[in-house]
Design a protein around this ligand. Structure first.
Ligand SMILES: [Cu+2]
Length: 152
């Protein structure tokens, strides 16, 4: 019985993330608008307009004002923003020790913006871009594209 409940919750989290860019996040939609956090990404910073939010539905409105394509990942972790586990190339190791990757916007083109709505529990989070540009040998996380975020 307990297992079935867990499965349903996991499904809702996935559905929420997949649909977030084009439809309202269903579990969040029924609970009200929640908080909107405006995030600016460029080379090589991730800058939310607020660094805390109330627990519940949080919509990250992410604008890429730079010249490169960027990503946006929401990671639940108690680790410092610049101390996440990494792959050999220096990029963040997804779901590596001490971290849980909740969801992401995989690509945001220069000049574009995208939304990601998540139902966030109280705790500490890190927002990053995990883009690796092999042509230019740029690992965006290592170049500073990370920010701490707290839900309370
Ligand atoms: Cu980036």
């Amino acid at each position: 019985m307990k297992r079935a409940v867990t499965t349903i919750l996991a499904y809702q989290m996935v559905a929420c993330g997949v649909l977030a860019t084009t439809f309202s996040c269903n579990p969040c939609g029924t609970m009200g608008a929640g908080t909107t956090v405006n995030v600016t990404e460029k080379e090589f910073t991730v800058t939310p307009d607020v660094v805390t939010a109330a627990a519940g539905c949080v919509t990250f409105h992410v604008s890429n004002t730079g010249n490169d394509t960027h990503e946006f990942l929401v990671i639940k972790t108690d680790l410092a923003e610049d101390a996440l586990p990494t792959e050999s190339d220096g990029s963040y190791e997804e779901n590596g020790p001490g971290t849980e990757l909740l969801d992401e916007i995989s690509e945001i083109a220069p000049g574009a913006s995208a939304d990601l709505t998540l139902n966030l529990a109280a705790g500490k989070y890190v927002l990053i871009c995990n883009m690796v540009d092999l042509d230019e040998a740029e690992v965006h996380y290592q170049l500073g594209m990370h920010a701490a975020f707290t839900v309370q």
